[in-house]
Ligand binder design. Structure first.
Ligand SMILES: Cc1cc2nc3c(=O)[nH]c(=O)nc-3n(C[C@H](O)[C@H](O)[C@H](O)COP(=O)(O)OP(=O)(O)OC[C@H]3O[C@@H](n4cnc5c(N)ncnc54)[C@H](O)[C@@H]3O)c2cc1C
Ligand SMILES: N[C@H](Cc1c[nH]c2cc(Cl)ccc12)C(=O)O
Length: 516
């Protein structure tokens, strides 16, 4: 029976994989995780999708179990600043799009929105975020969204099966290194063998399959299925098996980042419960509030900016609080492995692929890969159909997210530097130009976005198109003949709900302080 899993790498990907498969298969699977004591993890994956809650549910963990241990906070949206022009901002929130008479509310908004802010008119979340509030009351109850928490019929579904059925109102932000530590304890307590050592050699048999890995001090580790979680090094997949890497550099030029961890008195500062992406001359800066510190970093293209200039800009952006913080400069490999499962080796995490963290997709990629591997877990027959299903699914998710990210740059109105001007003329992925032409006439829907599951619903595309402001959009002609009364009532209902919630919800900081 095929049941010996060897995971190389102990970053977020390695420990998420180990803990998930222990939760899935218990004692019927034998898991060894080997991680280097010398090569560090990237450790800056701090913001997530809302779907990650299914991962924690699968492990049987509640927020109160893991969130305080990881200094975690809630993320209700991505806030984009200065992408349209300096001083402008908008939100891409975790909130289902309302429909009126079969048209998305944003379509009605294009025709006669109450204000010039589509996000505040069409969603409740932006005002809650601006007020620094928690989506949960102090007693733990969740704001009443068109969503049923823990509904029985939703249990056990994969992320792709969930999409379109519900929209959970928040995701998480946490210290990635603390999550890896938490999952290490979880996994080891459930029987995962943890080895701290350097893998020096990957051994292949005569067919080119991995027979084992040789470590510096623990000899050879053998297994059936090997999971490459070695980060950008991709030691097993790209180095040993020489699987080609498909670069996205021609469409997404940001290839570098500099990150700072800035200790802050969050009680005094307050928590804006979202991830902020602030456009800069040659990229953008993320700001992620955690309990006790801010995580921040400048993602940029080295063709346009030097690491020294990037660090200087970031330090100026943060201000005096950054003075003692040590800068972490990172080179990012943007793209994906041509295949992420080859022979008996599966790459998960940065070794499989990565796009810049603009929509916090790194941990989502990991979670998706784990779910797909569990679904297609092989037996001794090594049915190639399972490998193909898995590889197609990973490629679709990564290519779809790439397209969504490219849209951010093409749609951004800003054109005040060469970096932003070039973003309008750079090659874009096949199919996107045609889709953008379609969206100029009709806002994105399931029929007109990237045609495979990639984690992002059509309303996410609407938010980016409406917020970035560089592409002219028109309301559907049919709305000119439709009674706008219902839409006006929906806008009013959103205003009422926003008022009620902003008067009653606790501050985000107070909510977490009570949990800690
Ligand atoms: C700048 C930046 C910002 C990001 N922000 C986000 C975000 O906000 N949200 C999000 O979801 N994702 C984000 N990501 C992605 C996220 O960081 C990764 O998806 C996540 O950390 C997974 O990394 P990993 O485990 O694949 O690799 P790593 O963290 O690099 O871990 C690699 C592991 O392999 C081990 N290893 C390497 N070589 C050997 C060897 N020879 N022998 C033994 N072990 C070895 C290392 O010790 C380490 O444990 C970001 C990434 C970057 C670069
Ligand atoms: N799978 C969805 C993806 C999604 C829906 N709304 C948002 C908003 C933001 Cl900022 C990121 C991702 C998504 C989910 O995780 O809820």
């Amino acid at each position: 029976m095929l049941n010996r899993l060897v995971i190389v790498g102990g970053g977020t990907a390695g420990w998420m994989t180990a803990s998930y498969f222990k939760a899935a298969f218990g004692d019927r699977i034998d898991i060894t995780l080997v991680e280097s004591g010398n090569v560090g993890a990237v450790g800056v994956g701090e913001a997530t999708f809302s779907d990650i809650r299914h991962f924690f549910e699968f492990l049987g963990l509640k927020e109160k179990d893991w969130m305080p241990a990881c200094n975690a906070t809630y993320k209700l949206a991505v806030r984009f600043e200065n992408w349209r022009e300096k001083g402008h901002s908008f939100y891409h929130p975790f909130e289902q799009m309302r429909s009126v008479n079969g048209f998305p509310l944003t379509d009605w908004w294009l025709r006669e929105g109450p204000t010039d802010r589509f996000d505040r008119d069409c969603f409740v979340m932006p005002s809650i975020i601006d007020a620094g509030l928690s989506p949960r009351n102090l007693d733990g109850t969740l704001i009443d969204q068109p969503f049923v928490e823990g509904a029985d019929e939703m249990q056990g579904l994969t992320m792709s099966e969930h999409q379109g059925k519900t929209q959970f109102p928040y995701a998480y932000q946490f210290e990635a290194a603390l999550l890896a530590k938490y999952l290490t304890k979880y996994s080891v307590e459930r029987g995962v063998t943890h080895i701290t050592d350097d893998v020096q050699k990957v051994n292949l048999d005569e067919r080119g399959w991995i027979s084992g890995v040789t470590t510096a001090e623990h000899g050879d580790i053998t297994g059936d299925l090997f999971v490459d979680c070695t980060g950008f090094r991709a030691l097993l997949m790209n180095k040993a098996l020489e699987v080609p890497f498909v670069s996205y550099a021609d469409t997404l030029p940001n290839d570098s980042a500099v990150a700072l961890q800035v200790p802050q008195d969050m009680k005094a500062r307050g928590i804006l419960p979202c991830t902020t992406a602030t456009a800069q001359d040659a990229g953008w800066i993320w700001t992620i509030p955690l309990m006790g510190r801010i995580g921040t970093g400048y993602v940029y293209a080295k063709d346009y900016l030097s690491p020294e200039e990037a660090e200087r800009t970031l330090r100026e952006f943060v201000g005096p609080a950054a003075a003692d913080a040590e800068a972490n400069h990172i080179r990012m490999r943007i793209g994906r492995s041509e295949n992420s499962w080859v022979n008996n080796c599966v790459a998960i995490g940065l070794s499989s692929g990565f796009v810049e963290p603009l929509e916090s997709t790194g941990i989502f990629f990991i979670h998706h890969a784990i779910e797909q591997l569990a679904k297609n877990f092989p037996d001794d027959s090594w049915n190639p159909v399972q490998r193909k299903l898995y590889n197609d699914s990973i490629a679709h998710v990564m290519d779809g997210v790439r397209e969504f990210l490219v849209l951010h740059y093409v749609a951004a109105k800003r054109d005040d530097t060469q970096y932003w001007r070039d973003a309008k003329t750079r090659r874009i992925p096949d199919g996107l130009a045609e889709r953008i032409e379609t969206w100029k006439t009709q806002l994105p829907d399931t029929e007109t976005v990237f045609p495979y599951y990639h984690g992002l619903p059509p309303y996410s595309y609407m938010c980016i198109l409406l917020g970035m402001g560089g592409i002219e959009l028109k309301p559907s002609p049919a709305l000119a003949l439709s009674d706008p009364g219902l839409a006006q009532r929906e806008f009013a209902a959103i205003r009422d709900k926003t008022r009620r919630l902003t008067e009653t919800l606790p501050k985000a900081y107070d909510y977490f302080a009570a949990q800690h």
